[in-house]
Ligand binder design. Structure first.
Ligand SMILES: N[C@@H](CCC(=O)N[C@@H](CS)C(=O)NCC(=O)O)C(=O)O
Length: 222
């Protein structure tokens, strides 16, 4: 393992879906890192983030003089830097599918992401306005994709590619959204969601999120 400890700069655990992804991937892979939170909704947020990354967004990983400012790039950096850690699945076929799925969530599923912001402390009820057809289309695609990954490489385990991998970490925020907004899903989807939410990484993140007192009104969809 590389000697110098990495520092992951994140946003509020209750809201920062992008921060959750690399935090969970690194934590579940046993990669040691320190973390620093910069709180959303405060004027100094932009100023503080720009001290470490001109992109002005979290998450940011700082390691050995390198700055990596995107959740998926952080995961790839971790996989290269700590090759013995289980970040991506072991076989090339599973890895290719895992990376395709991770890329799909990274750049897609915009309807569910914008209608249902991650808000872990939200009471588990449906959106007052209901879910649009576009949101339900995203949900259907998630269910199909997860079922395909598990069928091809799940080895009968609850996660997408057998052992927990970065692919599961990339989907963890949308798992939380399906749960928080009480979106109806198939039984096998629920089984997968429960497995992700029962991981020690997710439960630790959630426990910390629930202790946060800060409210960010724009992420409080009713
Ligand atoms: N593509 C980036 C997106 C990061 C992102 O959107 N971060 C949000 C918080 S979860 C942010 O920092 N927003 C602050 C802003 O837009 O000012 C990634 O994957 O890391």
């Amino acid at each position: 393992m590389a000697a110098a400890k990495a520092m992951l700069v994140i946003g509020n655990k209750n809201y920062s879906s992008w921060s959750l992804r690399p935090w969970l991937a690194l934590t579940m892979a046993g990669i040691p890192f320190d973390e620093k939170m910069i709180r959303f909704g405060e004027p100094r947020f932009g100023r503080e983030v720009r001290k470490v990354s001109e992109a002005g967004m979290v998450p940011v990983l700082l390691h050995k003089g390198h700055t990596i400012w995107d959740s998926l790039a952080i995961i790839e950096y971790a996989a290269e830097t700590w090759p013995k850690a289980h970040v991506w699945p072991k076989t090339a076929a599973a890895r290719a599918m895992a990376r395709s799925a991770a890329a799909e969530i990274h750049s897609g599923f915009r309807s569910i992401r914008s209608a249902c912001p991650m808000n872990l402390r939200r009471p588990k009820v449906a959106l007052k306005a209901g879910f649009s057809a576009a949101v339900m289309k995203d949900v259907k695609r998630l269910e199909t994709l997860w079922a395909q990954c598990r069928k091809a490489h799940g080895k009968g385990e609850p996660f997408l590619f057998g052992r927990f991998s970065a692919a599961d970490a990339m989907f963890a925020p949308v798992v939380a959204r399906l749960d928080s907004y009480a979106i109806p899903v198939k039984k096998e989807t629920r089984t997968y969601m429960n497995a992700v939410m029962a991981t020690p990484g997710f439960t630790a993140w959630l426990a910390a999120a629930l202790k946060e007192p800060w409210i960010v009104p724009e992420d409080e969809a009713e």
